[in-house]
Design a protein around this ligand. Structure first.
Ligand code: TYM
Length: 345
């Protein structure tokens, strides 16, 4: 990897079942991007522990997510799959960013407010500083593109603000060390397509999420065909048939969600999907959606389960990925330390 090429970085937390939102908002795009870019896909285990995780469950989830990355078709030889805690550069740069980012910036993060809820005093310090670690994940590789779902947009903006402030605060030192007028380029979020925000199957105003209590609100990548069929059959809808134009989905959040999911699963636009299914009753559309979902997701679930029978292989993929990630991150972190004024051996 040279220092100046386009580089993709993204991460997913190993905190339990992966769901359709993770797949359509992020992981499916990871696969497509590897055709034309150099990619690093991270299992962000240090982010996971910002909220309590049972150690054995965490270990299992790290391996499950790694297996899922492999099962969807990410190539661990051409690209890099690794877990964050094996590359200490992330934590080291995050500390420097703790001293660049401002309390006020982090206080405005909606995800922190949602997760900490009324018990702010009881939230971990890590949960508050979480976006600084996320900025470090991206910038320690000087990544240029970051595929994520819509809910990560604000964190990405913060990463750009941190990069910008670092460049400004240390402008003289950056120039004196021959890096020109900016050390970090600002990473671009890639938030595209018809399913950047997949909603709950039971309430079109709520995001599909791992933390939602009822399993009927989400499709898990590990769900079998019968479970998928049952969840789609019971998904909330309205009594009208599907419209033929996207404008007809306004004020119909559940219909819009199912159409967006369908479109994203088969790589079509919402317009194309409605051109084909406009006028259909939900009973027929739900059947088509179930067939498409089963066809797409069940092979991934089965392959993930198969890969998990050999944890030695999974752990070897992570160790190899971490070693290769370090070769990219270490020289960049060294330059950052030099810019900041640390003396190094
Ligand atoms: P996480 O683990 O919550 O989610 C992983 C990815 O799935 C996307 N996603 C969704 N997309 C559409 N609809 C939904 N309902 C939905 N739910 C989740 C998320 O947007 C994300 O892309 N902070 C990140 C992990 C992270 C990261 C990074 C991402 C850590 N460091 C550096 C990019 C770059 C997170 O908690 O994602």
């Amino acid at each position: 990897m040279s220092d100046h090429e386009e580089r993709v970085f993204s991460g997913v937390q190993p905190t339990g079942n992966l769901h359709l939102g993770n797949y359509l908002g992020a992981i499916k795009k990871f696969v497509a991007l590897q055709e034309r870019h150099t990619c690093l896909y991270c299992v962000v285990d240090m982010h996971a522990i910002t909220e309590w995780q049972e150690p054995e469950a965490l270990r299992r989830s790290i391996r499950e997510l790694t297996a899922a990355y492999l099962a969807v078709g990410i190539d661990p030889k051409a690209h890099i799959i690794f877990n964050q805690s094996q590359v200490s550069c992330h934590a080291e740069l995050a500390w420097i960013f703790n001293c660049v980012a401002r309390m006020g910036w982090l206080s405005r993060m909606t995800q922190f407010k949602e997760k900490a809820g009324k018990h702010r005093e009881n939230a971990s310090v890590g949960l508050f500083a979480y976006p600084n670690l996320m900025a470090a994940d991206i910038l320690v590789y000087k990544a240029t593109h970051v595929p994520v779902g819509d809910d990560q947009k604000q964190h990405l903006e913060l990463a750009r603000d941190i990069a910008q402030k670092f460049n400004t605060d240390f402008a003289a030192s950056i120039a004196a060390r021959g890096h020109g007028d900016a050390f970090f380029t600002l990473p671009e979020p890639l938030i595209t397509g018809p399913a950047t925000r997949v909603m709950s199957l039971r309430d079109g105003s709520r995001k599909m999420s791992k933390s939602e209590e009822s399993d009927m609100t989400r499709i898990n990548l590990a769900d079998d065909a019968d479970t998928i069929a049952q969840k789609i059959r019971k998904a909330r809808t309205d009594p009208e048939p599907l419209p033929s134009e996207p404008a007809g989905l306004e004020d119909r959040p559940e219909a819009r969600n199912l159409v967006g999911i369908y479109a994203a699963l088969c790589d079509r636009t919402v317009e194309e999907t409605l051109a084909e299914h406009g006028g259909a009753q939900f009973s027929a559309f739900k059947q088509a959606l179930t067939d498409l979902m089963v066809e797409t997701l069940t092979p991934i679930g089965e392959e993930t389960a198969r890969l998990l029978t050999d944890t030695g292989h999974i752990d070897a993929v992570l160790a190899d990925g971490a070693a290769r990630a370090r070769t990219v991150a270490e020289p960049i972190l060294r330059q950052v330390k030099d810019i900041v004024g640390f003396v190094q051996g």
